[in-house]
Design a binder for this molecule. Structure first.
Ligand SMILES: Cc1cc2nc3c(=O)[nH]c(=O)nc-3n(C[C@H](O)[C@H](O)[C@H](O)COP(=O)(O)OP(=O)(O)OC[C@H]3O[C@@H](n4cnc5c(N)ncnc54)[C@H](O)[C@@H]3O)c2cc1C
Length: 228
């Protein structure tokens, strides 16, 4: 990142002009809308012949050579813990942001991510809990306070959605891609499932296709030779 002052903040995000004296700018950062990304991925894969079955319990589906287990908390991996996250979707035409803005605050590490049609995602809490109960009053207050302190225009925004999710996490908060026989398990994506998905998918594909290679080829790739 690069340290930026008030003038550069105003150049990068004109609606934040005069609101903050210092900031950290990550020039290489990108963002996406996960719902639109999922819909686009589905459309692309379905278009290339991938069959999707919704509403099916994957544990009862058999007959495949390989399985990729990405059931999150439901995978039953006892090493996983759940980290509850609460978020809000706000709508206001009174402010525009062109990139996610994070508040560097010891108690309120909030981010506001712009979405289409004047929507913003305000997120996200981190609570060591498996509860999927609706957003708490405390979380709502903290998220709204933080949004309001980024820009008072959020005081007039509509709260169009609240949401709760459980992030599957290992004790070190790092994801794992592991082969167990014919199954490859991808899990522990914690706060970064979307960010890390391409790298994790690549690792899973490498594991699947490495184990599909004939023995001789796999041996050469590994730099090892077996006599059989
Ligand atoms: C509020 C919040 C904000 C977040 N923000 C970000 C962000 O900005 N950037 C980012 O990269 N990540 C973010 N994350 C984290 C991201 O959502 C997770 O890392 C990601 O969802 C983990 O993906 P997963 O596929 O491993 O698990 P999950 O998303 O939990 O998916 C598991 C899937 O398996 C399905 N399933 C379970 N059991 C079965 C079964 N028996 N049969 C068939 N299907 C089954 C479930 O229905 C579910 O669809 C956020 C999370 C939360 C809660």
């Amino acid at each position: 990142y690069r340290r930026v002052d008030e003038d550069e903040i105003a150049l990068l995000e004109p609606d934040l002009a005069g609101r903050f004296r210092r900031g950290l700018f990550f020039p290489g950062e990108a963002h996406l809308d996960p719902r639109r990304a999922m819909a686009a991925l589905h459309e692309k894969l379905a278009g290339s012949g991938v069959e999707f079955r919704f509403g099916v319990d994957a544990r009862h589906v058999t007959g495949f050579d390989r399985e990729i287990d990405c059931m999150g908390m439901a995978s039953g991996d006892e090493r996983l813990r759940g980290v509850r996250g609460e978020m809000l979707i706000l709508r206001t035409p009174d402010i525009s942001l062109s990139r996610p803005v994070r508040l560097l605050h010891p108690r309120l590490p909030l981010y506001l991510a712009p979405r289409a049609d004047h929507h913003f995602m305000a997120g996200a809490t981190m609570v060591e809990s498996l509860s999927t109960e609706p957003v708490t009053v405390r979380a709502m207050m903290e998220l709204l306070n933080a949004a309001y302190s980024v820009h008072p225009a959020f005081g007039e925004a509509a709260i169009v959605e609240t949401g709760v999710g459980i992030r599957p996490a290992f004790s070190d908060n790092l994801p794992r891609v592991e082969a167990h026989g014919r199954t490859v398990a991808i899990n522990g994506l914690y706060r970064h499932g979307f960010l890390l998905a391409p790298a994790m998918a690549r690792r899973a594909a490498d594991l699947v296709f490495a184990s599909d290679k004939p023995v001789e080829l796999a041996d050469e790739t590994d730099g090892q030779r077996r006599s059989a």
